[in-house]
Design a protein around this ligand. Structure first.
Ligand code: F6R
Length: 612
């Protein structure tokens, strides 16, 4: 979603802004723009990529040591040059960038029109810019005070940075329900939607809280107030992030890099939490709330997209291993129902970014109903990490590719550890099985590595099916959610329509679609359902479907009947998703590349969905 970057200091702002915008490209966007102050506001905006913006700026010398930049993901108004940010006030004094949605922009706009304001764009952001101008000029207020008062009149979500032509030595930033980080350099400040544009300049950061307004000054001072005008103490943190973690290195895309990072990222997720030799597993965020977890009436998992699918695997794991009843909810649905959530329930939010608006809103609702909130998050310091009562990071490192890969396996690894931990503490897992699961879990990274070695074979299969227009993914038990994830990966990066189904459900509808043009990916690694899935494959073959089967090494039965097989190492059934998803990630990746798609930034998608 929209990305924000801003700079004030002694250096030229423009190159810092452009580099920062490039770092934010992964969030998804359709236009970009910058505004740099040097006596006058120099504003450039362009539909398309940051490269198009740079071409548009061309030979103009954009000088100035304070400026703001933005990548826009359209919400109000279509993607074009006019709707791109920054927006300017009517008196051309203020320039503003915004991530979020001003829900009451329409009545605000009408009131401003009555006061004589005219608008160039269709955006809610321009309305906010004029509102600040109106308050600033009417009451002759300092810019930070005008911003604060304007924000008291706004309903919705925002992260904003405001540049005032008459105040070249300050930037004003504010947030509510959209992330904003301030990087503190030596006599310079950086403001951004996340840490990626900041880390090459400084590791010292302050994460703004909801309804806080920050003023950063060229003299090196930072002050924060809340919307009620009370002074807040900035909490300075040290970023634990390396630059190479957000660069592609030798890989052609972030997505491929992140797929290949999985042996390491799964290991990082387990580090310090499991030791098979000594026979223990523990998950810090749960250890401190063990009583609540052991006595939980119910666990509700709330998430969106791929994280929701990881949650579904969590349901299978918790129910089988820990005998805890689980419901998995789309956060966007949960938040608008009147769900039964009671004290004694635990709500687990799963989120890579920790900023997904619907997941955050579902958590607020659960908090009001006195449930215990537990967050499983990747991005350190994110809103969900800070809102929840307790939680665990998956430690996957930055995930830049829009399609989630290593965050998914990180989430599933954490849920698996949690289910084993709770199951054992509750006396539901016999000691020998417990010891075996721990050993097997520790073997997962090396088994993922072995799957990655099959990449050329997977690429060959991709070349055989790349021209399909539809695809079906089937799985049973733990591999049903994996089928959903395989289908989601394919559609989001290759734009091939794909559906994931429980294999046995095929007969209740999708079987009508099967013909010789329909690739059917069957995930057949769970031995408890082996005979049944063999029958499902026969049913597909009888209708001339093309079967690509993910099987355990040495499964000659399925090898005989499938058109293509990808053999992967066997493991205990609850751990299968951690392996069976990897060939599906590679399959989608290669198909997308062969179809000429941009795998890192698929059309219309955003990495961090900060609006509902
Ligand atoms: C798909 C994908 C999305 C996200 C979803 C939730 O590959 O990445 O479906 O999983 O937008 O995002 P987070 O996990 O950040 O809450």
């Amino acid at each position: 979603m929209c990305g924000i970057v801003a700079y004030i200091g002694k250096q030229d702002a423009y190159p810092i802004l452009i580099k920062g915008l490039k770092r934010l490209e992964y969030r998804g966007y359709d236009s970009s723009g910058v505004s740099v102050l040097n006596g006058d506001l120099q504003i450039f905006k362009k539909k398309g990529k940051v490269k198009d913006l740079v071409d548009h700026v061309g030979n103009h010398r954009v000088k100035g040591t304070v400026g703001i930049g933005h990548t826009r993901w359209a919400t109000h108004g279509k993607p074009n040059d006019i709707n791109a940010h920054p927006h300017v006030s009517g008196n051309k004094r203020l320039s503003l960038i915004h991530n979020g949605i001003i829900e009451n922009y329409q009545p605000l706009k009408e009131a401003l029109i009555k006061l004589g304001h005219t608008f160039e764009s269709d955006t809610d952001t321009e309305v906010l810019t004029h509102l600040i101008e109106e308050i600033q000029t009417r009451d002759d207020l300092p810019i930070d005070e005008a911003v604060r008062i304007a924000l008291t009149k706004v309903i919705g979500a925002y992260a904003i940075v405001v540049l005032d032509k008459e105040n070249p030595d300050i930037l004003v930033a504010a947030r509510k329900a959209s992330p904003l980080v301030i990087g503190i350099g030596r006599d310079e400040f950086f403001v951004a939607s996340d840490a990626s544009p900041i880390i090459e300049h400084t590791k010292k950061v302050v994460y703004l809280n909801d309804e806080e307004i920050a003023v950063v000054k060229r003299d090196g001072t930072l002050s924060i107030k809340n919307i009620d005008n009370q002074i807040q103490n900035p909490f300075i943190e040290e970023l634990d992030l390396k630059l190479d973690a957000i660069e592609k290195g030798d890989f052609d895309s972030f997505m491929l890099k992140e797929i290949y990072e999985q042996p390491e990222s799964i290991l990082d997720c387990m580090r310090g939490r499991i030791n098979a030799e000594e026979g223990w597993i523990k998950v810090g965020g749960v250890e401190t709330k063990m009583e609540e977890f052991l006595n939980a009436k119910r666990i509700i998992i709330a998430a969106c997209g791929t994280s929701w699918i990881a949650g579904l695997i969590g349901e299978y794991l918790f129910e089988e291993l820990a005998r805890i009843s689980v419901e998995v909810e789309y956060a966007s649905e949960l938040r608008y129902r009147n769900p039964i959530i009671e004290e004694g329930d635990i709500v687990i939010a799963l989120s890579q970014s920790g900023e997904t608006a619907d997941t955050l809103a579902a958590l607020h609702l659960a908090k009001d109903k006195n449930a215990l909130l537990y967050g499983i998050v990747n991005v350190v310091g994110s809103s969900i990490a800070r809102l929840t009562d307790t939680g665990s990071y998956i430690h996957a490192g930055p995930e830049i590719g829009v399609a989630s890969t290593k965050a998914f396996t990180g989430q599933v690894t954490l849920l698996t550890m949690l289910a084993i931990y709770l199951g054992y503490e509750k006396g539901r897992i016999p000691r020998p099985y417990y010891a075996q699961l721990l050993r097997e879990l520790e073997n997962i990274p090396s088994k993922v590595k072995r799957i990655l070695e099959k990449d050329d074979h997977i690429k060959y299969i991709a070349s055989e099916i790349k021209d399909a227009t539809n695809a079906l993914y089937l799985g049973r038990g733990y591999n049903f959610p994996v089928a959903l994830e395989g289908a989601l990966k394919l559609k989001e990066i290759s734009y091939i329509h794909a559906e994931g189904y429980p294999a046995a459900e095929m007969k209740h509808g999708p079987i009508a679609l099967i013909d010789e043009n329909m690739p059917v990916v069957v995930i057949a690694t769970n031995m408890s359902a082996h005979d049944k899935i063999v029958s499902n494959i026969q049913e597909v073959k009888a209708r001339k479907g093309v079967v690509i089967a993910i099987i355990n090494e040495g499964d000659n039965v399925i090898k005989e009947i499938a058109d293509y097989v990808i053999e992967i190492p066997a493991t205990d059934e609850p751990l299968t998703p951690l392996l069976s998803v990897v060939p599906l990630q590679l399959l989608s990746y290669h198909i997308a590349i062969m179809r000429g798609c941009n795998v890192d930034q698929p059309r219309n998608l955003a990495k961090s969905v900060t609006v509902e």
